[in-house]
Design a protein around this ligand. Structure first.
Ligand code: MN3
Length: 200
């Protein structure tokens, strides 16, 4: 199916002071839009036109680098906007997430440390994740547009550590951005929704 830029689920200034309107204007209007436009051009004639976005990501991986990069980044960003909200973050985890993070990731504090370390140590552009694999949570990191879908896992939380995601607000201080993401922006209700979908 053709890719479409989804609506941003909040106003451009909703995530201030942790992520500025200027960052969101560039990141959503320019970067995400480019993945959609380029992805649609590359999807045409690829043989994957009728597939779901998830299947296009999985099936283009290793076969069609241009399509993969753009489709995966469209998938990643369509979720990324929902992985953040105004007054988000913190350790008050809804529903089954508390016990899953306790049992699979060693508790909230260890999750926070490991997730931030994954993002901080991803060399160059990429993402850090919580993914569900074989019913259990795992912290992962991936380069460029790659995501857990191509590793047999389902992402339920991801943080974009490409410089375009933080350089306007944090300059080179990627760890400060990661900490603000965890402490003040994560939309745990959306993470729970994806967790329930991946484990049901
Ligand atoms: Mn990005």
């Amino acid at each position: 199916m053709a890719f479409e830029l989804p609506d941003l689920p909040y106003a451009y200034d909703a995530l201030g002071p942790y992520m500025s309107a200027e960052t969101l204007e560039f990141h959503y209007d320019k970067h995400h839009m480019a993945y959609v436009t380029n992805g649609n051009n590359l999807l045409e004639g690829s043989g994957l036109e009728g597939k779901s976005l998830e299947d296009i990501v999985r099936e283009s991986h290793g076969n069609n680098a241009g399509l993969f990069n753009n489709a995966a980044q469209h998938y990643n960003h369509a979720h990324f906007w929902h992985w953040m909200k105004k007054d988000g973050g913190g350790n008050n985890l809804p529903g089954a997430l508390q016990s899953a993070i306790d049992s699979d990731l060693g508790g909230y504090d260890k999750f926070k440390a490991d997730f931030m370390a994954a993002g901080a140590t991803q060399f160059g552009s990429g993402w850090c994740w919580i993914a569900v694999k074989d019913g259990k949570l795992e912290i992962m990191k991936t380069p460029n547009g790659e995501n857990p879908l191509v590793h047999g896992a389902t992402p339920i939380l991801g943080c974009d550590v490409w410089e375009h995601s933080y350089y306007i607000d944090y300059r080179n201080a990627r760890p400060k951005y990661l900490e603000a993401f965890v402490d003040s922006m994560i939309n745990w209700d959306y993470v729970l929704e994806l967790y329930e979908g991946a484990t049901s």
